[in-house]
Design a protein around this ligand. Structure first.
Ligand SMILES: Cc1ncc(C[n+]2csc(CCOP(=O)(O)OP(=O)(O)O)c2C)c(N)n1
Ligand SMILES: [Mg+2]
Length: 367
């Protein structure tokens, strides 16, 4: 079996690419028309944010952007499965999960405009800062989840859980293996959520693993499930189940959301140098938003007015985002030294003073 095999019978799917609802013996959910319309709206708005940010980078307003296109279901499904008390550890691409955590999209853009390192309050939103160092957040998440267990926050349906996002490439990092080992032996309430877009920049998954990634969990002694990452219902159902397991003290769990990013790794990358264009065409037919739209129409759960209103709302979100992005204030020279230590540190303070004196030497002072 190749690592890129779609999982066959093991792939959890509740909504086919053609918009047909299928049943699953273990991970089925009931969804109301209103809930499905909500998931559709989330995905459309998040896609619009992503496309707008990509365009802003092309216009020189952002230094870099990390596209999400095609991963909306994987992220909204997981994001909407969370309860307020749950803790999230993202990588650098979880724009959809951030949306579900009520983080204003402009806060994400500020990182890529270079005006802030983390504009949101990670404690208030229970959504940690973006992590660029591949796999590092797995250790942080595992440690946090161990703490949840030590503090007695698990063991009933109102308990807490942690979810940690990373890519297929990250599974080759030592940090991820160490996190898996610690989480397993301490029964940490953490859902490891791997978005397998089948590429780590130019490196295909089959060059990183002989086995499908969800099989790896068995070696650590916890369940691994492969879900159709382009199916928002399946991602919601499997994430809900996994988070409940953790909440009740049965963690950890590995989820492999099998998906495909229909855009570059970042705006600095050119996938046409290593990916075949036919591959993209095949995955366009599995678009996560289209299948929900088809299902809503078939079921007569949404009419044209609904789709028009979501479209109009997405346009408004984009207009506001553009405006807020270009008007983000420049940070003060001193802000780079903030939030490094909880308390004062003489070495850092000396460096800060030296840096500020250097800045003051330019015409116009600090700026
Ligand atoms: C420790 C470390 N090594 C290398 C890099 C450079 N790098 C950035 S993204 C990336 C590929 C990550 O692939 P994957 O985990 O599949 O995530 P994806 O971007 O595909 O979602 C690499 C190697 C890094 N940021 N950190
Ligand atoms: Mg990847």
């Amino acid at each position: 079996m190749r690592a890129t095999d779609e999982g066959g019978a093991d792939l959890v799917q509740l909504l086919t690419p053609e918009g047909e609802r299928v049943r699953h013996p273990d991970f089925d959910i009931d969804i109301t028309p209103e809930e499905l319309r909500g998931l559709y709206r989330d995905m459309v708005l998040v896609r619009r944010v992503d496309r707008e940010a990509n365009a802003l980078q092309r216009k020189g307003q952002l230094g870099l952007w990390v596209p999400l296109l095609g991963q909306e279901a994987a992220q909204i499904g997981a994001g909407r499965a969370l309860k307020p008390q749950d803790q999230v550890f993202p990588s650098y691409r979880e724009h959809g999960v951030a949306w579900c955590r009520d983080i204003p999209p402009v806060d994400l853009l500020s990182i890529f405009r270079g005006t802030d390192n983390c504009a949101w309050d990670p404690i208030k939103h229970k959504f940690h800062p973006y992590t660029i160092v591949i796999g590092n957040q797995v250790l942080n998440a595992t440690g946090y989840a161990m703490g949840q267990r030590f503090d007695g926050k698990v063991g009933d349906p109102d308990g807490e859980a942690t979810i940690c996002f990373f890519g297929d490439g990250a599974t080759s990092q030592g940090d991820v293996h160490e996190g898996f080992v610690w989480a397993a032996v301490y029964d940490a309430p953490v859902v490891f959520y791997c978005q397998n877009n089948q590429w780590a920049i130019s490196e295909p998954t089959e060059r990183q693993s002989r086995l499908p990634l969800y099989h790896r969990a068995r070696g650590y002694g916890f369940p691994g499930i492969r879900v159709d990452g382009n199916d928002v219902l399946a991602c919601l159902a499997v994430s809900r189940w996994a988070l409940e397991e953790c909440r009740n003290g049965n963690g950890p769990v590995l989820i492999e959301a099998f998906t495909y990013r229909m855009d570059a790794h970042t705006t600095s990358d050119d996938p046409s140098r290593y990916r075949l264009s036919e591959e993209l065409e095949v995955w366009k037919l599995k678009d996560p938003i289209e299948r929900v739209k088809v299902h809503l129409v078939k079921q007569q759960w949404a009419d044209q007015d609904f789709f028009d209103s979501v479209e109009a709302e997405s346009e408004q979100v984009a207009i506001e985002l553009r405006d807020k992005c270009v008007n983000l204030p420049d940070p003060s020279a001193e802000s780079i030294f903030g939030n490094v230590y909880a308390e004062g540190n003489p070495v850092l303070e000396a460096q800060r003073d030296e840096f500020l004196a250097y800045h003051a030497g330019f015409a116009g002072g600090e700026h």
